[in-house]
Write a protein that binds this ligand. Structure first.
Ligand code: ATP
Ligand code: MG
Length: 318
């Protein structure tokens, strides 16, 4: 197996209480998701709010365990890793969050935040750690003066904070990063800078990434492959260019029609109402919003159909 990451039919359910004093019910938020990521590949996960993108990121980083299914990192089953293996695995994985406040301790200076993973690792001298931080700051386009390094997160702009949070996630030279909507809180002018930093490190560290976004234009810019998620399932996947040029699933078409420069190609009007994960429709979960839904869509869940090289779609229309 040459893949860096292989995800095989994972499912994740959570127990939730709808009302106080009522018994808990189980909701399935990830339902049979499979994908593979090779070295130096950027894999996009796209879909509306609540479809399960972040949950996949949390499963892959072993922050939570799947209810069923398997995941392999460098051929090693992630769920079966012991304490030491998990520690080593975590060094090879970086996380970039939507809100850099989440990943930066407000009580830590920038230098202390960024070098913390090196402190925990304990293999470098003080000077080596300092040089390592300065080196990565230069590559990311951050100030390396002592004045800047000793600032606190609240003294920085959103773009600077996100760059610092990226520096922290890359400091251990990870083989895979999970970037969870890293640009969604940033000004449009900074978004391409952030994506270019990820692309630069993809080359330099031979790193792969899971890039989570609800914005297909970002996915178009940065990803090699993309998976479109709807209510916990991948409904269409393939090479990004293929999916954008020739989408099959009505839901993918709807997402594409939201990209301003190709709006005239696909004009598909679908209700904006985001479905309730506690009430997943029978058959194809998208059928209540789909303008092309047929009788079969209400009753039977579609299987994956191969419509081209590695281009899979779950839809009865094909
Ligand atoms: N710990 C949890 N307990 C119960 N439900 C959860 C838990 N974590 C996530 N969920 C539910 O799982 C579903 C998927 O959540 P997730 O955060 O993965 O969505 P998302 O695609 O990342 O959405 P967004 O674009 O808004 O970030 C949601 O319905 C959410 O309410
Ligand atoms: Mg999310």
């Amino acid at each position: 197996m040459k893949e860096l990451l292989q995800v095989d039919n994972i499912k994740k359910s959570f127990e939730i209480k709808k009302r106080l004093f009522k018994s808990a019910i189980e909701i399935c938020v990830i339902d049979g998701v499979s994908f593979k990521i090779s070295k130096k590949q950027i894999f996009g996960l796209i879909g509306e709010s609540g479809c399960g993108k972040t949950t996949i990121g949390r499963l892959v980083t072993k922050l939570i365990e799947p209810s069923s299914g398997k995941m392999f990192f460098n051929n090693k089953n992630i769920s079966e890793m012991n304490k030491n293996e998990t520690k080593e695995f975590r060094k090879k994985i970086g996380m970039i969050f939507q809100d850099p406040y989440e990943s930066l301790n407000p009580r830590f200076t920038i230098i202390n935040s960024v070098k913390e993973p090196l402190d925990i690792d304990g293999r470098m001298t003080k000077q080596e750690k300092f040089d390592c931080v300065k080196n990565i700051f230069k590559k990311i386009g951050l100030d390396t003066t002592e004045y800047f390094l000793n600032k606190y997160p609240h003294e920085l702009s959103g773009g600077q904070r996100q760059r610092i949070s990226i520096a922290r996630s890359l400091i251990m030279k990870p083989k895979l990063i999970i970037a969870d909507e890293p640009c969604s809180m940033l000004d449009v002018s900074i978004r391409s800078d952030i994506m270019n930093i990820i692309l630069k490190f993809k080359q330099e560290l031979e790193m792969s990434a899971i890039y989570i976004t609800h914005d297909l234009s970002e996915a178009k810019y940065i990803t090699d492959f993309v998976a479109v998620m709807y209510l916990g399932k991948i409904v269409e996947t393939g090479q990004t260019q293929d999916i954008i040029d020739d989408p099959y699933h009505p839901y993918t078409k709807m997402l594409i029609s939201a990209i301003p420069d190709i709006i005239s190609k696909f004009k598909i009007n679908i209700s904006e109402k985001i479905p309730d994960p506690m009430n997943i429709p029978h058959g194809c979960a998208f059928h209540p919003r789909c303008p092309y839904a047929k009788e079969i869509c209400k009753r039977i869940e579609p299987e994956n159909v191969n419509v081209g090289e590695g281009h899979l779609v779950k839809c009865h229309l094909f």
